[in-house]
Design a protein around this ligand. Structure first.
Ligand SMILES: [Zn+2]
Length: 491
């Protein structure tokens, strides 16, 4: 478009105003400026176009595409000369099993004084690592909304769980607690069934947990509610199991502070996606370019910026890329349970999601960035301040900021007490979890600007004497503040 002459005159008149705006924009320190200069949109376009290519088949956990992606990430860290921080080079190996329940031979009968209820195999989802059976067991009813009974009340019996409608994270955690109390079986009701194979940790904890049977039958649920005392008999055939070695990809940039170098900031993203849609026609590959090849690339690019510029943070920075987020935060949960660097020395965690698309469901997010739980810790303020340096508006989404806090890989770290968030370019976007989430739809220039914000904020968090704190004034942080006091002690 041609610029009319009068606009030029208007621009001259506006000049002092622009000048004033410029002065209001805080200037980066020399280290921050060189980090900002080192972040390249093309570099990230390269990462995302490979990770989200059809050949990687949507990076399902586990899959060959995921393996190739992990190898790519390791090769990128290797090319930077970044120090490996896995259990096998850059890989933190996690032993899992893909478990496919066997329905043939499955039986479950619940019996009251007045009636006998048989439950069909096609109405259940079984979770079990081996065959199991029981006859005429006493049924203990447990309300997951209340206090759990003592182990002695549950051991050797059939635990029947009452859950508050849809299973919350809290309810799932309680269900796992009940499974660990030594009941013969755990029975619950579920609104929907999945016949897909399940991903389970292959360790001793899972092997020792009681088998569980989730029933999809609201009619039966109502009948049992008023049925009085119950007895349960069941037979669970051994499942078909296939071992899967899964990999978080982890590297570390060691800090230079004599004391602070023993403290860690994690920057992360998940490199898996949802694979190939078994149904549907035409393009069935869920490429996961924005979700979350974009966040994965942001992590790589910040690492590259530090290496290229030689800028040295005082605290150490851990670059971590997770498997299995889409299957239920598996990679990040594994790390939080088996941390490479102690969690008590991990002072912050920033996880990147959806960093490339600017055509969010609620309109353009160009030049804008958000955090989940933005006012839960000081990290939101770090990002907002860095945003002003770069010229990016870091904002609170009134609904999604809270709503999405538990929906990404920051959650297991927050649960452990570590100040942890997801940073996003947009929340929901048109191709979210669809085959259309492809690499050419991302705005890489905007993504580079968001990455500059994150790099500046990471450097500041790494250098400030005091680590970022939880905001205890926000009532939503209560459980995290408590966990953080247990994790860090009085530090
Ligand atoms: Zn994601």
């Amino acid at each position: 478009m041609k610029t009319p002459v009068f606009v030029t005159a208007a621009a001259l008149l506006l000049a002092p105003c622009l000048l004033a705006q410029k002065a209001a924009q805080p200037q980066p320190s020399p280290g921050e400026a060189s980090l900002m200069g080192a972040v390249s949109a093309d570099s990230m376009r390269g990462d995302v176009s490979f990770l989200a290519s059809d050949l990687l088949e949507g990076r399902d956990t586990p899959s060959r595409g995921l393996e190739i992606a992990a190898e790519y990430l390791a090769s990128q860290f290797r090319a930077m000369g970044m120090k490996p921080a896995g259990t096998d080079g850059y890989f933190q190996i996690a032993e899992y099993a893909v478990v496919q329940p066997v329905t043939e031979g499955f039986t479950l009968t619940l019996e009251s004084a007045a009636a006998k209820y048989g439950v069909k195999a096609e109405k259940v989802m079984v979770t079990a690592m081996k065959a199991a059976q029981g006859a005429a067991l006493e049924v203990v009813q447990i309300d997951l909304a209340g206090e759990l009974p003592a182990r002695a009340a549950v051991e050797g019996k059939a635990a029947l769980l009452k859950s508050p409608g849809r299973m919350t994270r809290e309810a799932m955690r309680k269900r796992e607690q009940v499974r660990a109390m030594g009941p013969a079986v755990v029975i619950s009701f579920t609104p929907y069934l999945s016949g897909r194979p399940q991903l389970r940790q292959a360790g001793a904890v899972e092997a020792a947990a009681a088998p569980s049977i989730a029933i999809q039958d609201s009619e039966l649920q109502k009948q049992l509610d008023g049925a009085g005392a119950l007895k349960a008999s069941f037979q669970i055939p051994a499942p078909v199991m296939e071992p899967a070695k899964l990999k978080n990809v982890v590297a570390v940039l060691e800090g230079t502070g004599p004391v602070l170098k023993n403290q860690y900031i994690i920057l992360s993203g998940h490199y898996d996606h949802t694979g190939v849609n078994p149904r549907g026609e035409g393009d069935r590959i869920m490429n996961g370019a924005n979700d979350d090849a974009s966040g994965t690339s942001v992590v790589l690019e910040i690492a590259r910026a530090f290496v290229k510029t030689g800028v040295k943070p005082k605290r150490s920075i851990v670059f971590a890329l997770w498997f299995g987020e889409e299957k239920g935060l598996f990679g990040s949960t594994y790390y939080a349970e088996n941390p490479v660097f102690p969690l008590k020395d991990t002072v912050a965690m920033v996880n990147f999601e959806h960093m490339g698309r600017t055509d969010g469901d609620e309109g353009s997010t160009l030049g804008r960035m958000s955090l989940t739980g933005i006012d839960y810790t000081e990290i939101g303020q770090f990002m907002a301040d860095a945003g002003r340096v770069v010229g990016i508006d870091v904002y609170k989404h009134e609904k999604n900021s809270d709503l999405f806090f538990s929906r990404s890989d920051n959650q297991p770290f927050a649960d452990a007490g570590v100040p942890a968030h997801a940073v996003l370019g947009c929340y929901i976007f048109p191709d979210y979890h669809r085959p259309g989430d492809e690499w050419h739809k991302l705005d890489y220039d905007n993504m580079a600007r968001l990455t500059r914000v994150a790099a500046v904020a990471a450097l500041r968090m790494a250098n400030r004497a005091k680590p970022p704190a939880w905001n205890a004034a926000n009532p939503r942080t209560a459980q995290y503040v408590k966990a953080s006091q247990e994790l860090y002690g009085s530090k």
